[in-house]
Design a protein around this ligand. Structure first.
Ligand SMILES: O=C(O)CCC(=O)C1=CC=C[C@@H](O)[C@@H]1C(=O)O
Ligand SMILES: [Mg+2]
Length: 371
């Protein structure tokens, strides 16, 4: 692949409804899209930052700076690439900034798959034709509204309900959902809202037959999660704690989690996500694909990685209409009545970004070519 041009777009898209977690509420998504032009094709990637640095240290502003001032010049310095795996290796000297790296690396994977006339799923080694999907529901103050929301998504066929929790909005809410809906597949995501001092409360969660408790403790912890997992029968799933293959290896060795949520942006790209998938497969740790309230481009990348065989649990890749009045891709991502998404078989990400839609939500755009 010879890189001819790279385009960055700063995007602003309003979510259909606010999304509340234990660390804040998002109503509007400020993120970055990447376009890599080469050999007559365009590869697309998404930088899955949050508007404020509350999930991780990255924002659209930090990512744009790292892309413009470091990663894009490094790409033009190398000029040509045989395989997308080379992109992550090229970026290795740059510390962290994983979502910025992933946005560009993902566009290379899309471009590579298109040039190989392969779907991105196939190019990644995916084996599935359809994927199971779940739904992530933000913290809801009104329990009856939460009941209606859960009812709505169960009727739509979603195969797992993820409930965001925080102190004061946890055991009672989950117990009420159990009383109302019985033994539906349900999990909780705490986004690091608890500490080991909350052990008695976390033990109450242990009696609710949850599929898993996602990231109960600190966002950068592996040791305390290992201590907690020994006290709980419910599997702990790590999200924010796992930034790399090495983090996953240490978490597995320490017994910090029995499940891992893989987010392509959080770990720095599809090549690293594949490595973590393979490590977990070899250690009997099932994984699923987490979401970052992506547009259709990021959603397409999530669908492709979820086609790998050890993605054994429903992920957060819901349909476009869950988040957007209109998505920037065609077709939009649809979920079948039995809670599945068909893996595209066309080359690359399999969904076509629509230029007019991209322009409609672009608040800043810049083109880069080799000087
Ligand atoms: O994209 C989705 O539907 C999942 C959204 C979601 O649960 C999250 C998005 C971003 C950060 C967190 O709030 C949370 C997560 O931790 O998975
Ligand atoms: Mg999470």
């Amino acid at each position: 692949m010879k890189v001819e041009k790279i385009v960055l777009r700063k995007m602003k898209m309003k979510l259909k409804s606010p999304f509340q977690t234990s660390f804040g509420t998002e109503q509007e998504r400020d993120f970055v899209l990447t376009e890599v032009y080469g050999d007559g094709e365009i590869g697309y990637g998404e930088c899955v930052v949050s508007t404020a640095p509350l999930y991780s240290e990255e924002t659209a502003g930090t990512a744009w700076h790292i892309l413009e001032d470091f990663l894009i010049p490094m790409v033009f310095e190398q000029g040509t690439f045989g395989h997308p795996d080379e992109v992550g290796k090229l970026f290795a000297p740059i510390r962290r900034n994983h979502m910025a790296k992933s946005a560009l690396e993902g566009a290379f994977w899309d471009l590579y798959a298109k040039r190989q006339n392969l779907s991105l799923a196939k190019a990644l080694g995916g084996t599935k034709k359809r994927i199971e999907v779940g739904i992530s529901i933000g913290i809801e103050e009104d329990i009856n509204k939460l009941f209606r929301t859960v009812e709505h998504y169960l009727e739509q066929g979603y195969r797992r309900i993820k409930i965001k929790i925080k102190p004061g909005k946890d055991v009672q809410v989950l117990r009420a959902l159990r009383d109302r809906f019985g033994d539906i597949p349900m999990m909780a995501d705490a986004n690091s809202a608890y500490t080991l001092n909350d052990l008695l409360l976390l033990k109450e969660l242990d009696d609710l037959d949850l599929m898993m408790i996602e990231q109960p403790l600190a966002h950068d912890d592996i040791i305390d999660h290992a201590a907690l997992q020994k006290q709980l029968k419910t599997p702990i799933c790590l999200d924010e704690s796992i930034h790399s293959y090495e983090d996953a290896r240490k978490a597995i060795e320490w017994g910090s989690a029995r499940i891992i949520n893989i987010k392509i942006g959080r770990v720095g790209g599809l090549s690293e996500a594949k490595r973590i998938h393979d490590l977990c497969r070899d250690n009997g740790i099932p994984v699923w694909c987490g979401g970052m309230l992506e547009s259709g481009i990021g959603r397409a990348h999530n669908i492709a990685i979820t086609s790998l065989p050890n993605f054994k649990l429903p992920g957060d890749t819901a349909g476009s209409s869950r988040y957007w009045t209109e998505d920037i891709i065609r077709p939009e991502v649809e979920v079948s009545p039995d809670g599945m998404i068909e893996i595209p078989t066309t080359p690359g990400i399999g969904y076509q970004p629509v230029p007019e839609m991209l322009d409609k939500y672009t608040v800043a755009k810049k083109e880069f070519a080799k000087r």
